[in-house]
Design a binder for this molecule. Sequence first.
Ligand SMILES: [Fe+2]
Ligand SMILES: [Fe+2]
Length: 170
Amino acid sequence: MVPNKMHELMNEQIKHELESYYLYLNMAAYFHEQNLDGMAGWMRAQAHEEMVHAMKFFNHLVERGAKVILYPLSVLKATWENPLQAWKEAYDHELFISSKICNLVKVAKEIEDFTSMPLLHWFLEEQIEEEKQTQEVVALLERAGSSGMSLIYADQGLGHRKPGEGSALA
Ligand SMILES: [Fe+2]
Ligand SMILES: [Fe+2]
C-alpha cells in the first residue's frame, strides 16, 4: 500500500507530468508555426519523455495497489513572444517540476515511505538533466542572438534529437 499523503502527491505528480507533456506539445506546435522544425522536433521528443514520466508514477501506483486518479489538465500556455521566451519558460517549468520532486522526497522521508525512494531518486537525477538541457539552449540563444542565422543554426542543431522509435511523436 501507499501512505495517503504519498498517494495524493503521486496522483498530483501524474497531472504535473501530463501538463508538461501538453506544454511541450504546444511548444512543438508553436515552433512548427515559426518554421523552426528542429526545435519543434526537440519539443516532440521532450513531450514523449514527459508522457513516460507520467507513466512511471502511474505504474508505480498500480504496482503498489493504489488507485490512479487522472485530474483534468490545464493548458499552461499556447503561444510565446519569440523562441527565446519559449525556451526560458521551458527552463522555468523544469525548475517548477524539480521543486515538486524535491517535495515528494521530503514527504517520503517524513512519513518513512522507503518504498517510494528508488523511483523518486530516479526523478531527482532526471531533473538535473532536464534543467541542464533547457538552460543550455537559453544560454546559447542569449549568447548567439535569437534571430537570423544564429536561430537557424540553433534550430538545425536541436533537430538532431528524436523521440524513441515507435513514438507517436516521432
Ligand atoms: Fe517530467
Ligand atoms: Fe521535464
